[in-house]
Design a protein around this ligand. Structure first.
Ligand code: CA
Length: 224
């Protein structure tokens, strides 16, 4: 069903509420994933650092080390796709999660079917077709490693910044609207979140130079 030619996909779930942890682990195992569980942030971080998971489901409110801290420390070393579970549906939290390198988030309480759908997307993203390198002048994107270099030097991007850059690079020469970028990132399209895209673009310009991504006022963005 997972269509991976027998390759086992391994997930980590970090959640301190025992019933929720057990329910999520069971649902994911029923889908054929190998699933490890951690009930606090320290254990979760240790497992995430030592095992190459295909995706991680990470609760925000955790004992010992909260989800933000786990994510920040994990991102020092790894680009494992991370789905954050947050109890608060506030834009500030979403922005914090996305800028902190989360790939997606889900607000509690959630349907298990929704969680499974989000995990499928993350795993697919992580297991994308063999990567290609894309060169944009001195900027080089390695889509297998999801890394970016400029004149040979590694440029540290958040997961969302990388996703925006890769999408624009894959559609080089085309104007990409903010709406299309949201859809690609899997966020809800609303006016507040439209600012989130602008923030990612602004950060990309700070890191990669002001001229790489052009603004087409009223339309969107383009890499020429
Ligand atoms: Ca919790």
């Amino acid at each position: 069903m997972l269509g991976t030619g027998g390759i086992e996909m391994r997930l980590l779930v970090v959640e301190d509420e025992p019933d929720l942890l057990a329910g999520v682990v069971r649902a994911l195992r029923q889908q054929g994933y190998a699933v490890d569980a951690a009930a606090d942030g320290e254990d979760g971080l240790h497992k995430a650092q030592t095992v190459d998971y295909d995706a991680i489901v990470l609760d925000v409110m955790l004992p010992r080390l909260d989800g933000w801290a786990v994510l920040a420390r994990l991102r020092d070393a790894k680009a494992t796709p991370v789905l954050m579970l947050t109890a608060r549906d506030r834009t500030a939290d979403r922005v914090r999660g996305l800028d902190g390198g989360a790939d997606d988030y889900l607000v509690k309480p959630f349907d298990v079917a929704e969680l499974l759908a989000r995990v499928r997307v993350l795993v697919r993203r992580g297991r994308r077709e063999p990567g290609v390198a894309m060169n944009l002048g001195p900027v080089r994107i390695d889509t297998a490693a999801r890394t970016v270099t400029q004149a040979g030097a590694t440029v540290a991007l958040t997961a969302r910044e990388y996703a925006v850059l890769e999408y624009l690079a894959r559609h080089r020469g085309e104007v990409v609207t903010r709406t299309v970028l949201y859809e690609h990132l899997g966020d809800d399209s609303d006016d507040t979140l439209s600012n989130v895209i602008d923030v990612h673009i602004s950060n990309l310009r700070k890191k990669l130079g002001a001229t790489l991504i052009e603004t087409r006022r009223g339309h969107g963005y383009v890499i020429a």
